[in-house]
Design a protein around this ligand. Structure first.
Ligand SMILES: Cc1ncc(COP(=O)(O)O)c(C=O)c1O
Length: 394
């Protein structure tokens, strides 16, 4: 296998951007309303539909590139993934609605927190990395009091992917809307909005699709749109202006946005999404899975603990507990001495765990080299590890 001698950037987003994405962002200024930008928007929309695993659309303006032969539309959002989730939540729920939010990590908890600003929430908090108790969720849904179930599909803070097909099946049986934070799943692991009858989902450019930070997107079906429209018409809508879905919807057919779009970020993201199309969505899912499986098996064999439940470990991020006596100083040394970056943990796990990203365009060679450097850095910190053949895990 070819050696890799560059920096290893193994962070679960933002991820490294390719040269085409960087070059596209260096395009000199264009207007926000002219044909040039509308062509960018159409290209972006077509790429977004591909990443969301929706029916295709043509990447040309005036072709309704945001829609396709299914019930979904896509919409770019200026702002990071959080803005996209807020757009979904703030437009879709009335202050009196009740939603169910099961969580097992920081980002799910953030979904619950965000919902609390706009509606009523039943927040079921599981330990970070533990799978949801589906029996408990079913008991909740039997009460038929929930407008929707919202989940963080791939919990980046603890490295667990939720069992979305089972939760979707339950939501459909109890006629409850199903909404996803797909910020580190969409584009990186299998997501099927149509089969699962997901009403709306959010993604962030800087994660699995290797685009720039500061732009995100939502996909939603007609039921979602009709509910948002009815709520607005009834005057029951939450306080919002910039993220008003109905204002944005009015501009969609025209490949336009209601406010000045993130023009150069959109150009960069469209280029990154074209790289995803060239690789193929299934190939990318498979590469992420192979990288994460390799990392997980390697660290288990080295004697580390992985906090996520074994049957639901994520394909795009692996959380690894530090062994006794090691803390985030290891991560600083890894960056300083080995030009290799992984990310730390949040909240109560800060300093006790680190996370390795396997999303975007990360290659097998980079991952192998990164893992070898991590092992060397653990040895520098006095942590003895068994001899392993790192290459053989990938
Ligand atoms: C699953 C998940 N949801 C939400 C977010 C927040 O997204 P952003 O930082 O793009 O606003 C992140 C960021 O890491 C994430 O991983």
């Amino acid at each position: 296998m070819a050696d890799y001698d560059g920096d290893c950037f193994l962070v679960p987003g933002p991820v490294r951007m390719n040269q085409a994405c960087l070059d596209a962002m260096a395009t000199p200024v264009i207007t926000a309303r002219g044909a040039e930008f509308r062509a960018v928007m159409a290209d972006l929309n077509s790429g977004l539909r591909y990443a969301f695993n929706l029916a295709p659309s043509r990447p040309e303006m005036k072709t309704q590139s945001w829609s396709g032969e299914d019930d979904y539309k896509v919409m770019a959002v200026s702002g990071s993934g959080t803005a996209a989730m807020e757009m979904i939540i703030a437009n879709r729920f009335r202050p009196n609605d009740l939603v169910l939010v099961p969580t097992n990590g920081k980002f799910g908890e953030r979904v619950a927190e965000m919902c609390k600003r706009f509606c009523n929430v039943k927040h079921i908090k599981y330990e970070w990395g533990r799978a949801f108790d589906l029996y408990e969720l079913e008991q909740q849904l039997e009460r038929k009091c929930y407008e929707a179930v919202l989940i963080c599909h791939n919990e980046t803070s603890s490295g667990i992917t939720q069992d979305a097909p089972s939760i979707a099946e339950m939501c459909n049986r109890y006629e409850t809307s199903f909404i996803l934070d797909g910020i580190t799943s969409i584009g990186g692991l299998p997501v099927n909005l149509e089969d699962w009858n997901v009403e709306a989902a959010a993604m962030g450019a800087q994660k699995c699709t290797a685009g720039p930070s500061g732009i995100a997107a939502i996909a939603f079906n007609s039921h979602f749109y009709e509910r948002c429209k009815a709520i607005k018409e009834q005057g029951d809508v939450n306080a919002l202006f910039y993220l008003d879905l109905i204002s944005a919807h009015k501009k969609g057919d025209d490949d336009q946005t209601p406010w000045t779009p993130a023009i150069n970020l959109a150009m960069g993201w469209a280029a990154a999404l074209n790289a995803l199309k060239a690789e193929g969505l299934n190939n990318r899912w498979q590469r992420c899975q192979e990288l994460s499986t390799g990392v997980q098996n390697l660290f288990l064999d080295l004697g580390f603990d992985l906090p996520a439940d074994i049957s639901q470990r994520s394909a795009t991020v692996t959380a690894v507990m530090y062994p006794e006596g090691i803390d985030d100083r290891w991560r600083s040394d890894l960056k300083e001495n080995y030009a290799t970056q992984v990310i730390g943990a949040q909240d109560h796990l800060k300093g006790k765990m680190f996370r390795i990203g396997s999303m975007g365009e990360t290659t097998k060679e980079e991952m192998i080299e990164g893992c070898k450097r991590m092992i060397l850095c653990f040895k520098d910190h006095g942590h003895e590890l068994p001899q392993v053949d790192v290459d053989s895990y990938f």
